[in-house]
Design a protein around this ligand. Structure first.
Ligand code: PLP
Length: 390
């Protein structure tokens, strides 16, 4: 059988995730310190795990409404109103999904006709461009720059606009750079979105994990934006709930309905046990205390890693959020892949080559600092020894 001819062209067109490819190499090696996969090293807060167990004990093992449990949608609408200052109707503007990953896919499939252009900033999360391609869209990459702290400027967005531009994807704080945008930058971008009738998908998954003194601003809260924005958020990162696979979208009713149709036929609903856990996460104030403790711990780790990297000569801005640093390794004359491979082989430290996050990531390395402090100390010592030899 010639499977190449059988498999869909859209699927053939997208590469495998560079992160996964790199980590296949890590599996099977002993004593590797991993600064690789972007997930919290904390367990989910105990009250949340207990709520999941209790839900199972009670025998709650059924489907839920396609949109998700109404009680959870109400809790999400309340949380989003307090945290992002945007009001959504839980009865028809909130959709509970299997992670933000599913929500990204639903939003793109609900919006795109073949050939519609989606502007996104890169380096960015690995799924954006493939998700656009698999939804028959055209992915238009706008490179952000180290000199701007990898923030997106309104000018860069403006330069990418064409007649086919339909969607703008944003992610602040950003995976892999930790970048944040100022309110002024977001206002400039919002103005362009309104002028060009763009729909904005804003992936706010790291929004609680900010370390500067600025309050997090969502573009959805800016004047004229609610009606053209799909706000995506979830429980994986700040709540340390990656394995629960729970996210959500908030969007005007017609967009939510369109996304729900795809979700209804492809996923039916998010798992009820995870929904019970998420409800506890939002309803019990103890959870936010745990989230704050984790945030402070990440901040301490960020400060340490940024200082050590800069001291050893790996220039690196201090990211405003998320749990990644993105040092510049270009001066050593190695590609990102070569650098990461040698670091792994010679020092047993795993970090992701920057080019996994788009062309603009070449010359950089993504190090995730959601790793225990003593391991970070060891990893920094090993990286220092490595760069001294280069
Ligand atoms: N969006 C961004 C920017 C991410 O970094 C990730 C995971 O790393 C996701 C979405 C996926 O999140 P979820 O676990 O909710 O599917």
């Amino acid at each position: 059988m010639n499977y190449q001819e059988i498999i869909s062209k859209q699927v053939t067109a997208v590469p495998r995730s560079g992160i996964r490819d790199f980590f296949e190499l890590v599996i099977g090696r002993d004593d590797v310190i991993s600064l690789g996969v972007g997930e919290p090293d904390f367990s989910t807060p105990w009250n949340v795990r207990e709520a999941a167990i209790y839900s199972l004990e009670k025998g709650n093992t059924t489907y839920t409404s396609n949109l998700g449990l109404l009680s959870l949608r109400q809790a999400i609408a309340g949380y989003v109103k307090d945290f992002f200052a945007v009001d959504y109707d839980p009865s028809n503007e909130v959709l509970i999904t299997v992670g933000v990953s599913e929500a990204i896919d639903l939003a793109l499939r609900a919006l795109l006709n073949p050939g519609d252009e989606v502007i996104y900033h890169a380096p960015c999360y690995v799924s954006y461009s493939p998700s656009v391609v698999m939804a028959y869209g055209k992915a238009v990459e706008v490179s952000t720059r180290k000199e701007d702290g990898f923030a997106l400027t309104p000018e860069a967005v403006q330069a990418a606009i064409t007649e086919r531009s339909k969607v703008l994807m944003l992610n602040f704080p950003t995976n892999p750079t930790g970048a944040v945008c100022t309110k002024e930058q977001l206002e400039g971008i919002a103005k362009i979105a309104v002028e060009n009738n763009l729909i904005v998908l804003t992936d706010e998954i790291y929004s609680e994990l900010r370390y500067d003194d600025e309050k997090h601003v969502s573009i959805a809260s800016l004047p004229g934006m609610r009606e053209r924005t799909v706000l995506l958020h979830g429980f994986s990162k700040a709540f340390a709930m990656t394995g629960f696979r729970l996210g959500y979208s908030c969007a005007p009713r017609a967009l939510t309905e369109a996304m729900m149709k795809i979700h209804q036929y492809s996923m039916l609903c998010a798992p009820i046990t995870s929904q019970a856990a998420a409800l506890e996460a939002l309803e019990n104030p103890i959870t936010m205390e745990r989230v704050e403790e984790m945030r402070l711990d990440y901040k301490r780790r960020r400060d340490f890693v940024v200082r050590r990297l800069n001291e050893m000569g790996l220039e690196c801005h201090s990211p405003g959020g998320a749990f990644y640093v993105f040092p510049d390794i270009s001066k050593y004359g190695l590609t990102s892949k070569e650098f990461a491979m040698r670091l792994l082989e010679e020092e047993n430290v795993a970090a992701v080559p920057g080019d996994a996050f788009g062309e603009g990531g070449e010359g950089f390395l993504r190090c995730c600092y959601a790793t225990a402090f003593d391991l970070l100390e060891q990893a920094m010592d090993k990286m220092e020894a490595f760069v001294k030899r280069l």
